[in-house]
Design a binder for this molecule. Sequence first.
Ligand code: F6P
Length: 471
Amino acid sequence: MIVHWSTSSPALQADLAPERSTRQRIRSLRGRPGQPLLRHPIPCRAYDRTRNNTAVQIAPDSLKLAVVMVGLPARGKSYTARRIERYLSWLGYRTGVFNVGEYRRARVGARLPHSFFDPDNPRGEEARRSVAMAALEDMVAWLTDHGQVAIYDATNSTRARRVMVCARCERAGFQVLFIEIRCDDPTLIEANIRSTKLSSPDYEDTDPDEAVTDFRARIAHYQRVYQPLEDDEGAYLRVTGAGRGVTVSNVDGYLAARLVFFLMNLHLTARPIWLTRHGESVYNAAGLLGGDPDLTPDGHRYAQSLAEFLDRCDPDRKDIVIWTSSLRRAVQTAAPLGRTSWPWRALDEINAGICDSMSYAQIQEHLPEEYEARTRDKFTYRYPRGESYQDIILRLDPVIIELERTRKPVLVIAHNAVLRALYAYFQGVSRERCPHLAIPLHTVIELTPHAYGCHETRMPLEPRLDSREAL
Ligand code: F6P
């Protein structure tokens, strides 16, 4: 597996692509009258289709990873588990969360009083042990079968429980990584209870204050028996102070190290992320793919609208981070914003290889096999000498890490395919659906991450291109 891995900042990544003349490209594509469209037609059959078959493989069983969450209730374990799941699934690892609370609700019931969780309640103890075992066995079976990373989401609050879970996973041949979330800040805990627990089926139709009181009593039961994770228990990552402190011990292996890096960059500060394509380009207007064209007059007008939009959001012009691709149409869109912007090559549009500067109709006519292959499986299809959506996701990994790390509002000015991939990460859209998402021109997509996803608003700006068939 080839994975793009970088810890460098956008500033270090800024690297403008060599300039190419749009007119030259169109001229060479169109040829002289009477000449074939492509000057060097490529025999499509020569391309090895298996090269497109690059689904992420970590294959060897020894690399399968069991992530075991540890921590008192309302510390953000499920939030962290879902973030890991979303990130790794987006990267292409088959990742699953096994949430013991959901097993308990399905098998024993929701709306149980706090006394059910009292360690001195033998019936409650036995029921909880039994659902924890059921979830664990399902996880082991799933990981053994075809899963690659499983997250065991439970409090795992005693050493004895952790020893048992770890032994079971190791017996099955999995690598184990504990992730302990510690938090003693009463304000954060209260906020967590109110933002996540009150909407849980456990408290459906319950008065909010009553629910909070009951949940606090539930936490107290766990607190009585909680044994913090110790150094001799195995590989772990401990998060304290809502992500401000991270301790890592014994972590070994590529995937585990990657997770550590991801989690070190997560934060809970709410801020918008704006995604927008560049203004309309000469190629958009001509129905051609790729290239490095300039903006059309309408494209320049969109750049002005975007500047006005940003001024409304950030009148003091100091609080927004702006990233563009290195391509001319994105850089030109950022030009009137009156703010510093950082060009990233990682944000460049999908490389259409031998199909660059062609229209879809031309590809269908001159490279029918390529056209059909892409129609069959748009996600894994890689343009000859170009890229697939899968490739784009790998090169966007450092962008995601930077987006997670940055606490300021960020504006990303990029392209259709690249924004589909970024959007899919934030909205948890499957990789297969990602190439089919609608990311219209002249529209700002505002995503505001919150505990379990992103709030989304789409804002079309002038000039509208609705009446035109915009690419
Ligand atoms: O048409 C605009 C564009 O950004 C092209 O440059 C690019 O090849 C295309 O969109 C990507 O969209 P799709 O994957 O649907 O072809």
